[in-house]
Design a protein around this ligand. Sequence first.
Ligand code: ADP
Ligand code: MG
Length: 527
Amino acid sequence: MAVVERFKSISPAEFFYRNKEIAGFSNPVRALYQSVRELVENALDATDAHGILPDIVVTIERDAQKPYVYRITVKDNGIGIPENYIPDAFGRVLFSSKYVLRQTRGLFGLGAKMVILYGQMTVGEPAEITSATINSSKVYMYRLMIDIKENKPLILEKASWPNKTGWHGTIVKVAIEGDWGRAKQKILEYFKKTAIVTPYANIVLKTPDNEIIVYRRVTEKMPPPPKETHPHPHGVDLEMLKSMISETKAQTLLEFLEEEFQGIGRVIAERFLQTYGFDPNVNPKSLGKEDLEKLVKALREYNEFRRPRADHLSPIGAELIKIGLEAILKPEFVDAITRKPVVYEGHAIIVEVGIAYGGAIQPQEEIMLLRFANKIPLLYDEKSDVAWKVVAENIDWKYYGIEFPAPLAVLVHVCGTKIPYKGLGKESIADVPIIEHEIEEGVRAVARSLKLYLMRKQREEEAIRKAITIIKYIPEVARALATFAKSNPVNVDRETLEKKLFELVKMKYGDAIKNISSPWDIVMHTE
Ligand code: ADP
Ligand code: MG
């Protein structure tokens, strides 16, 4: 008997409905964490990437009747969403404003929709989106679900009202099945780490236990917003080149290269075309298959293009990293470094590393590694992340004066328009040699600075110990000398002798004993 296979295709919404695990929605614990995270990341993208100091309020409520149902509300003061885009932004999988070359937290055009899809599968209530763009005269509200078969929004209700207060921003409310008890720790960790890299944000979290956790803005300084950029020639492939050619207004190949790519000026374009024997005046739209293949190959291998620019990236900056680490971890020592941009598959990547030591950080057997990619904290799959490999395997901490258990935290931030995540849940970064190298160089730089600090501290402590030993004897010595002096013509009294001797010790040990005002401070303490 002949077996007849039945073929059909499914929509992107249905694909992710069937494979929710790959986007991080594998169970109620993960789903609650992932939902909060996706919505918060959208809120941050809508604020700091546009120069707005973020004010974000997250509320997680447990349903009174059904304790496994949670309502998540995330409110931001961002740029808002134009009314006509709201339904697609939240109801069409793989619809995004972030498919451009500019660093954002969002990447896949998936996050908000996954939250809504998951809510739809587990609870079945529509999502509610309220938004106003900057200067909008109205506030718009949609209640919608996703038509999974068609991958399009199903609008159930729509309303608008006058924007009397001039508010701008977005409020997203979704009901999902969750498990706060078991997700709590990860969610709190997520907020804490987010606060470290966004010290310029006000973030409020209201939990189902009616706790209110507040991360207050500690600085108004923000990283400069990322600019949009053109692709770098080393990152193109055949399909990309075809679509760029079909969209360009350039009339000649020379113009096309100059206008649509970064890293190619007129002189370089001319030289490049000459090297590979292309006619600079040919219309790019007239190039045949073989020419296109030859062009892609040449673009990818030619070494004289300028390196990819990095102004479409938005590193946090060493200063903000230090402020964030200081505010949240309260260590005794911090340092941070932003490395120069490097190139990974035609995309610029910047690695930043911070270090925090001592103070309120508790000594731990393993290093406390704080991983971030495009300002997103990465909390799962730590051991398979390239940053873990560097701090746990490549670096010998003893060389830097650290013995575990140690009160040591290392922060690693990788930013770029192309991050080699190991999955769509964005939880760990793959082991790419150039990234590993950058992280390692960064860690070594801040570890050296910690080593210097620890050495200085040790020297100071030794000096204090020595000085104290000497100072302790001053009253004793002064008394003896004074007695002796009485029978002498000089006749100096005990107090003066004490003062003189103390000044001598101070001259030698200076700063180390600046807190000691008289020998008696110590004599009293030690006797
Ligand atoms: P991604 O963030 O990867 O683009 P999402 O599904 O999370 O995908 O969001 C889709 C789009 O909806 C975003 O690209 C953005 O344009 C818009 N959006 C989502 N949330 C917000 C928000 N809080 N403020 C402004 N725009 C938003
Ligand atoms: Mg998103």
